[in-house]
Each structure stands twice: as C-alpha cells, then as structure tokens.
Write a protein that binds this ligand. Structure first.
Ligand code: FES
Length: 119
C-alpha cells in the first residue's frame, strides 16, 4: 500500500490506492485543515509535496482555480482533498501555514498554548 508521510510532524500512514491526501491526514492525525469538508471550495487543505508527486493524481482545473486563492502557493502545492494517491510508493508532504492555522481554528483544543485564533 502507498505510504503518506509528514516528516516535520513525524507522522505517516499507509492508505489504499485511491485515497486522497485529506483522508490520509485524518487517518494519521496530521494537523491539516479542511474547512469546506473536501468540496474544493476553501484551499485550507493546502499542502506542499516534498516527494512522490509522480504517484499522485494530476490537478484538474477546479483544483487549480481554488489553489489560486491560497497563500504562499508554490510549484509543489496541492489541495489535499483533490489529490489522490494513485500508485504504490512513498509520498512526503508539508502542511502549509494556512492549512495548519485552519486546523487550529477548527480544533482549538489541539493548538499550541500560545495559539490565538484569527478574528
Ligand atoms: S478542504 Fe476545502 S478545498 Fe480542500
């Protein structure tokens, strides 16, 4: 089975082929936001692919349009909810700042002590 890792978080999870990166993050308890619930409407599931991009589905126009609304978008940026692991191997991800902030807003009990939600 494919392995998805978040090296900075020290987390990883094996997932069946076809699983999207939003679901993988939930299974691994990675701190990745998903404000719209995976409907490609918010960009809070924004991640950077560190390695294994060739194992992932290609971005479609909807993903690219939504990603355009994100912050600090890079060549390696993907939306977790729109990106599926299509082949066996290892994918390594970094959670974007906007995604982590969204996660803490959604789960304040898991935020660092000095975290202050945006108003
Ligand atoms: S969860 Fe909103 S775009 Fe992915």
């Amino acid at each position: 089975m494919p392995l998805v890792r978040w090296p900075k978080e020290g987390k990883e999870v094996e997932v069946p082929t076809g699983t999207d990166l939003r679901v993988a993050a939930k299974l691994a308890h990675a701190q990745q936001g998903d404000s719209c619930g995976g409907k490609c409407a918010c960009s809070t599931c924004h991640v950077y692919v560190l390695s294994g991009a060739e194992l992932l589905s290609e971005p479609d126009e909807d993903e690219e349009d939504t990603l355009d609304k994100g912050f600090d978008v890079r060549a390696t940026s993907r939306l977790g909810c729109q990106t599926k692991v299509e082949s066996d191997g290892v994918v390594e991800l970094e959670i974007s700042r906007e995604s982590r902030e969204s996660f803490f807003n959604e789960h304040p009990d898991e935020a660092p002590k000095d975290w202050r939600p945006k108003r």
